[in-house]
Design a protein around this ligand. Structure first.
Ligand SMILES: *Cc1c(COP(=O)(O)O)cnc(C)c1O
Length: 365
């Protein structure tokens, strides 16, 4: 049996009539840019994310840029983030005008190590961007305590963590702002690019809205120089149609993770994802570690099971960051993990038979 890494088509089949109606509505109203569908999704997502304001934008990468620009980072400022993430997190620090400072992960959860943050702070540090990687919250109590002690802002990168909670509190509600991606493969995915930045700070929300809409809230009144980063009406309506299903999809991912945990947890050399106490994991990715990762991935591929490596090179070691001169010894966990991590098929609709096939193949390996 072939097992895909994810199956967007299958999900679409389950809600096809709702998606068709949403698309027809937008076309009928010619509400392609801004308009009532975008306003509605912003309201609905703010409620789902348990925040006051949602500023939609073109993608999760722009969301990071908008948040940092609104927090007024400037040349010379340093922003601390994790060595283990998608490149957007780090690249937008540079594009917003500041300097990237990487920290290692904690060795167990793939999220940033608070002790490493403390060690990386200098008089130029202005903020911290933790990433709730793969769907597990970073250690927010420790991170917020460090931020308070050093008067730093925090932007949570929630691109992989829709509806995840830390000690019962929704991710994205701890820091000054939080960013989301609705890239099609994310836990809440559009049918194209889409993103949002959320905050409880009304003034910050207004500033981010201006930045994303050519620098003004009213047509032809440009208060500042902005960019064009908009969620289009079709994507908004599609996201509104999908949002009511997100909680059930999340539970399905969590149930599938339990099946993997039980089936893989006892196998020699396999490290299943560790979830720290009082954190809920929403399993955007189910990522194991294995010392012979490449051979395991090849064995699964040869037997029809798709896997992925998220990500094959930790951020400090990418060509894009060669200028910073980082050495592998500075990131013992991230540098070990880049050679051992393997993401297994994970999606809300995955069947028990598909998971048993994956587990069987891993066991045989
Ligand atoms: C997907 C992702 C982003 C960027 O989102 P896009 O919508 O693809 O621009 C940023 N950070 C992380 C951790 C992501 O996984």
């Amino acid at each position: 049996m072939a097992v895909p890494f994810a199956d967007l088509h299958l999900q679409h089949q389950t809600i096809k009539s709702e998606i068709d109606a949403a698309i027809a509505g937008v076309i009928g109203d010619s509400a392609f840019i801004r308009g009532s569908y975008v306003d509605a999704f912003e309201r609905e997502f703010a409620e789902a994310a348990e925040v006051k304001h949602c500023v939609s934008c073109a993608n999760g990468t722009d969301a990071l840029y908008l948040a940092m620009k609104a927090l007024k980072v400037k040349p010379g400022d340093e922003v601390i983030t994790t060595a283990h993430s998608w490149i957007s997190t780090a690249a937008m620090i540079t594009h917003a005008g500041a300097s990237v400072v990487f920290c290692d992960t904690d060795g167990a959860t793939f999220t940033i190590d608070p002790a490493a943050i403390e060690a990386a702070i200098t008089p130029r540090t202005v903020g911290i961007i933790p990433v709730h990687l793969y769907g597990q919250p970073a250690d927010m109590d420790a991170i917020m305590a460090i931020a308070a002690r050093h008067k730093l802002w925090v932007i949570e990168d929630c691109a992989q963590a829709h509806l995840a909670r830390y000690k019962g509190q929704m991710v994205g509600t701890f820091g000054a702002a939080a960013t989301y991606s609705f890239y099609p493969g994310k836990n809440l995915g559009a049918m194209g690019d889409a993103g949002a930045v959320v905050t409880n700070d009304g003034a910050l929300a207004e500033h981010m809205t201006m930045l994303a809409r050519h620098g003004g809230l009213v047509k032809h009144q440009h208060q500042i120089e902005g960019i064009n980063s908009r969620l289009d009406g079709l994507q908004a309506a599609i996201l509104s149609a999908k949002l009511p299903h997100l909680a059930a999809w999340t539970e399905a991912r969590q149930a599938a993770a339990k099946v993997y945990d039980a089936g893989l947890g006892q196998i020699e050399d396999i490290m299943v994802p560790a979830v720290a106490p009082k954190r809920s994991h929403v399993y955007h990715l189910y990522t194991i570690r294995h010392p012979r990762r490449d051979a395991l991935a090849a064995h699964l591929k040869a037997n029809g099971v798709q896997t992925a490596i998220n990500y094959p090179t930790a951020l400090p070691f990418l060509a894009a960051y060669q200028r910073l001169g980082y050495r592998t010894e500075q990131f013992p966990n991230a540098s070990r993990d880049q050679g051992q991590i393997l993401s297994l098929p994970m999606f809300a609709e995955i069947t028990r038979a598909q998971q048993d096939e994956v587990i069987d193949l891993v066991r045989k390996f």
